[in-house]
Design a protein around this ligand. Structure first.
Ligand code: OFO
Length: 165
């Protein structure tokens, strides 16, 4: 069994992961309209990963005999600016998610919910990877700027991102 407090917090996090998927689908569509198909592809793959993060938490909740309470997913913005701004916003979003995961991890310790703590360890590590990957993209974008050939080269590299197995 899982405590009502932890169940509620996990349901909230599931909604946030679903929102992340929505956000990246919207950002990907925005990049597509700017003809940056590589950045659009990268964000589409990221949206798939966010859905997988939500499903992993759903499976955990159900394994603990918790109740899944899906909530409405907030609408993402529709305007994001240039590609550099898109990825700066992506990094800011991931940093916010890291704080949410850390707070959940804290809660699992307060509640002495060891199963949740172990599951959430995966998310703590995943956030390190997410921030590192997106931070690298932001650095590269700042290095090449949004004019000239560099950004198109980056776009072609972003097109190579594979979905996680
Ligand atoms: Fe689920 O890691 Fe990004 O948001």
């Amino acid at each position: 069994m899982i405590s009502p407090t932890m169940q509620n917090a996990l349901n909230t996090q599931i909604n946030l992961e679903q929102y992340s998927a929505q956000l990246y689908l919207a950002m990907g569509a925005h990049c597509e309209t700017l003809s940056f198909k590589g950045f659009a592809h990268w964000l589409r793959v990221q949206a798939g990963e966010e859905t997988a993060h939500a499903v992993k938490l759903i499976d955990f909740l159900l394994d603990r005999k918790g109740k899944l309470e899906l909530k409405p997913i907030a609408a993402p913005p529709q305007e994001f600016g240039g590609v550099i701004q898109v990825f700066e916003q992506t990094l800011a979003h991931e940093m916010g998610i890291t704080q949410k995961i850390n707070a959940l991890f804290d809660l699992s310790r307060t509640e002495k919910d060891y199963a949740s703590e172990i599951t959430l360890q995966w998310y703590v590590s995943e956030q390190v990877e997410e921030e590192s990957n997106v931070g690298q993209v932001v650095d590269h974008l700042h290095a090449v700027g949004d004019q000239g050939g560099g950004i198109w080269y980056l776009d072609s590299r972003m097109a190579k991102r594979m979905a996680k197995a």
